[in-house]
Structure formats: structure tokens, C-alpha cells
Design a protein around this ligand. Structure first.
Ligand SMILES: Cc1cc2nc3c(=O)[nH]c(=O)nc-3n(C[C@H](O)[C@H](O)[C@H](O)COP(=O)(O)OP(=O)(O)OC[C@H]3O[C@@H](n4cnc5c(N)ncnc54)[C@H](O)[C@@H]3O)c2cc1C
Length: 260
């Protein structure tokens, strides 16, 4: 079973600050971690490998420091890491990101399952997983909370719904995005940490991937950010106290004052 896990390095905090002049994230002073949902994808891939044999490959697209995320994944049980890193990919929106990652997956070679987190804690769009499956032209199952069985060339999974879950059987190869209910991620082992330290990380640039220049980076991104801003903090509300009748009278007065 060859499994490819897509992981994204994200700022540790969800309170991301934005530079109002450049409209980009302020990354200085913010610790980078593996996107929390991707930790569940890594864990599930290692469990599948332990059960069925095979290889786990971790893949990320990002700046050179994203290599640390790949090493952490190797310390958790992944076998090898690929870093897609090139100025040509800078400024990618979710379309260009998923096109580029799909290109990297084709380059890496034969696979049975691609695993992604359900969404990234910074971008939060949940579009990249489905985008990759579309570019690879393989089926996708999102919000997977349990892998029931893998047999031959198909697998059965449980997909989380708002109320209850769906049981879906899908042919392989397939792309799954996983939710946190799927497992409890392990901590890295000492052996894993030693392995991660010396593991070779393969860097893939546009030269190796040879992707359509019209579909990568900023110029290959059909979405345009018109404005990005931190919403102003809300002023505190007004608490009305008293019996129901009194509160209604106060409320009517307040609305009248507001209208005037
Ligand atoms: C309109 C728009 C414009 C943007 N412009 C820019 C820009 O100019 N510059 C810029 O730096 N960013 C930009 N971004 C952000 C960039 O597109 C996203 O960081 C990236 O596409 C991932 O999207 P996401 O964070 O929503 O991930 P999601 O779709 O929420 O992530 C889902 C899963 O996909 C996988 N995944 C996501 N990203 C990666 C990755 N990089 N490597 C490996 N796996 C991954 C992970 O498994 C993750 O759990 C833009 C985003 C949008 C929506």
C-alpha cells in the first residue's frame, strides 16, 4: 500500500495578523507547526502501513523551512519526504496549489491512497484535497472519520455528516480528507526522531515538475485577493435588566434613540 500524505506548515496561532500594506500574513515571531488536521492524516497513514505494509510518503509545498514539517512526519512513522519549493509557485491560490501538488504526486509515482487533512487552520478553505483529486482524476471522499476496511483494489470508509455518517465504498486509488475523530495521533519515538534527523528530503522545483507555467504561482491563480483585513473588535453589548415588561420598554427606547 503506497500512501502519500499532503501536509501543510501553518502558524501555531489561529490569531493570524495581517500586514495592511502588503495584504500578506505576518509570519515573523510566529511558530510554525504541522496543520493539526494533517497530524491525523499522518497517524492514519502509519496505522495503515503497520496493518497492510507498504510505504508512507509525506509531501508539502512551501518555503524551505517547511522541511521541518516533513522531518516531524518522518519522526512519527513516515518513510520519506518531498518538499515542493520554488519561487515560481509563490502566491498560489488553492487552485494553483492543488494543481502543483497533483503534479508532484504524479512525479513521485504509483500510489494507492492520498491522505489530506479536512482543512488547513490558516487558509481554512478545505479546497486543496478535493482539488488534488480532481487534477489527478481519481475519486475523493471528504470528512472521513473511519477506515473500515481495505481489500484488494477498494476500500470502505465512514464519512462524517452533520447528523450521523455515510458508509462509502470506493475504488483505489482514492483521495481521502480526514477529520480529528479518525484517531489519536501518537508522539514521536526516539528511533523515529533519529531517523528524521538524517532522512533525505527530496526538493521538487518547477524544473523537475515541468508544470504548465500558466497554471502555477500568482499568475496561474484565478482567485484574486481584493482586500484582506482584520475585522475591528466588537464593542461590548448592552445588558438590559429587569422584568420582561421593563426590558421591552428599555429596548424600545434604545431602538428609538438609535433611529433618531
Ligand atoms: C483567494 C486566495 C488567494 C491566495 N493568495 C495567496 C498568496 O498570494 N500567497 C500565499 O502564500 N498564499 C495565498 N493563498 C493561500 C494559499 O492558497 C493556501 O495557503 C493554499 O492554497 C492552501 O489552502 P488552504 O490553506 O485553504 O488549505 P485547505 O484546502 O484548507 O487544506 C486542506 C488540506 O490540503 C492539504 N494542503 C493544503 N495546502 C498544502 C500545501 N501547501 N502542501 C501540502 N498539502 C497542503 C493539507 O492536507 C490540508 O489539510 C491564497 C488563498 C486564497 C483562497
Amino acid at each position: 500500500m503506497n500512501i502519500i500524505v499532503c501536509i501543510k506548515q501553518v502558524p501555531e496561532t489561529t490569531e493570524v495578523r495581517i500586514n495592511p500594506e502588503t495584504n500578506t500574513l505576518i509570519r515573523e515571531g510566529v511558530k510554525a507547526v504541522i496543520n493539526p488536521f494533517d497530524m491525523y492524516a499522518i497517524e492514519e497513514s502509519v496505522r495503515l502501513k503497520e496493518k497492510l505494509g507498504g510505504k508512507v510518503t509525506v509531501l508539502t509545498m512551501g518555503p524551505p523551512q517547511a522541511e521541518a514539517a516533513l522531518r516531524e512526519a518522518i519522526s512519527l512513522g513516515a518513510d520519506e519526504g518531498f518538499l515542493v519549493c520554488d519561487r515560481a509557485f509563490a502566491g498560489s491560490d488553492t487552485w494553483a496549489t492543488s494543481y502543483t501538488l497533483a503534479g508532484a504526486i504524479k512525479k513521485i509515482g504509483a500510489f494507492d491512497i492520498v491522505l489530506c487533512g479536512k482543512q488547513a487552520s490558516d487558509g481554512d478553505t478545505a479546497q486543496v484535497g478535493p482539488g488534488i483529486s480532481t487534477h489527478l482524476d481519481i475519486p475523493q471522499v471528504t470528512y472521513v472519520k473511519k477506515i473500515e476496511e481495505v481489500s484488494g483494489s477498494k476500500m470502505k470508509v465512514e464519512r462524517m455528516m452533520e447528523e450521523g455518517f455515510e458508509v462509502i465504498e470506493t475504488p483505489l486509488p482514492v483521495l481521502l480528507t480526514v477529520v480529528k475523530e479518525i484517531n489519536e495521533p501518537r508522539l514521536p519515538s526516539l528511533k523515529g526522531m533519529m531517523k528524521a534527523k538524517s532522512a533525505k528530503i527530496t526538493v521538487l522545483t518547477q524544473k523537475e515538475l515541468n508544470l504548465d507555467p500558466q497554471k502555477i504561482g500568482l499568475c496561474g491563480s484565478p482567485t484574486q485577493v481584493v482586500k484582506i483585513f482584520t475585522p475591528p473588535q466588537r464593542a461590548g453589548g448592552v445588558m438590559l435588566k429587569g422584568e420582561a415588561g421593563e426590558v421591552v420598554t428599555q429596548l424600545v427606547d434604545l431602538i428609538k434613540n438609535e433611529v433618531n
